[in-house]
Design a protein around this ligand. Structure first.
Ligand code: AMP
Length: 282
């Protein structure tokens, strides 16, 4: 596996793959890799001539400086896992290499109304930062396919809008959420939980899962409230938002039959650690 630190080296690597007519599968990550990331990587390896993974903690998508400073980093271990999974090249640049002219954004992306709700509302600027880094990475890696996890359900919709508005020739491939055996969605941030917080964390998925059965004979509003009440009652937990939305537009629904696909998206503070998850109702 080639470890690439500079934009120039990456351009050479990509040009070489294109010359050999190898399709490129790409997985952008912020490192501290777990089995969720690796499931995306394995698909990229399987479905393409070569797989490229980026490991870059992108400062422009963090609206909270403490979150950025405490974000887990373990590059050596990440590289070991990626090599084992059959990755051809990892791109792990410095902040200066990614943003030579500084991290200030000079371009406002058209991300549609999907970027205004939920994460967009509670993390101002977050999706503009995500669009900025993913756009830059797509320009450098020029992938045929890019793989994203459905754990960040809203992010996939926003990336699709960015790809469409910037006319980028890349196929976006959504991949299912990987969970721990107790149901907790795998996340790099889980490493920040205390033992007690970790023991309580599976309540998030349990509440969502139980709410699917509950939804069969309750309204959207009652289902929503049952999840929020249950999780807010767990020590150290606080629901930031729970929204039941049209899975395509991400706009809230009031009735179950309002949309073909209905998804519940949640963000919960477990102590100081912000965790997200979602569940499909239909
Ligand atoms: P991150 O490093 O958190 O930016 O995540 C990189 C990619 O991995 C994103 O597309 C995430 O949606 C995806 N991902 C993170 N956790 C999971 C998980 N538990 N299951 C599937 N995909 C995931």
């Amino acid at each position: 596996m080639q470890i690439i630190r500079s934009v120039g080296e990456l351009a050479d690597y990509v040009a070489m793959q294109k010359n050999h007519h190898h399709s490129i599968g790409f997985v952008p990550t912020m490192g501290a890799l777990h089995a969720g990331h690796i499931s995306l990587v394995e698909r990229a390896v399987e479905e393409n001539g070569v797989a490229v993974v980026s490991v870059f903690v992108n400062p422009t998508q963090f609206n909270n400086p403490v979150d950025l400073a405490t974000y887990p980093r373990k590059e050596e271990e990440d590289f070991r896992l990626l090599a084992k999974a059959g990755v051809s090249a990892v791109f792990a640049p410095s902040v200066e290499e990614m943003y030579p002219a500084g991290t200030e954004r000079d371009h406002e992306y058209n991300l549609g109304s999907a970027a205004e709700v939920m994460e967009g509302k509670f993390r101002p600027g977050h999706f503009q930062g995500v669009a900025q880094v993913v756009h830059r990475l797509f320009e450098l890696v020029r992938p045929d396919r890019a793989y994203f996890g459905e754990k960040d359900f809203q992010q996939i919709a926003v990336i699709r809008n960015m790809v469409e508005s910037e006319h980028l020739p890349v196929e976006i491939i959504p991949c299912p959420i990987k969970r721990a055996e107790d149901g907790l969605a795998l996340s790099s941030r889980n490493a920040l939980l205390t033992d007690e917080q970790r023991l309580r964390a599976p309540e998030i998925h349990a509440a969502l899962k139980d709410s699917v059965a509950y939804a069969a004979n309750h309204s959207v509003r009652a289902t929503h409230d049952s999840v929020v009440e249950r999780l807010d009652a767990v020590p150290e937990m606080r629901v930031e938002y729970f929204e039941i939305v049209d899975g395509r537009t991400l706009m809230p629904v009031e009735e179950w039959d309002e949309a073909e696909m209905v998804v519940g998206c949640i963000t919960v503070y477990n102590g100081n650690v912000r965790l997200i998850d979602n569940i499909r109702y239909k």
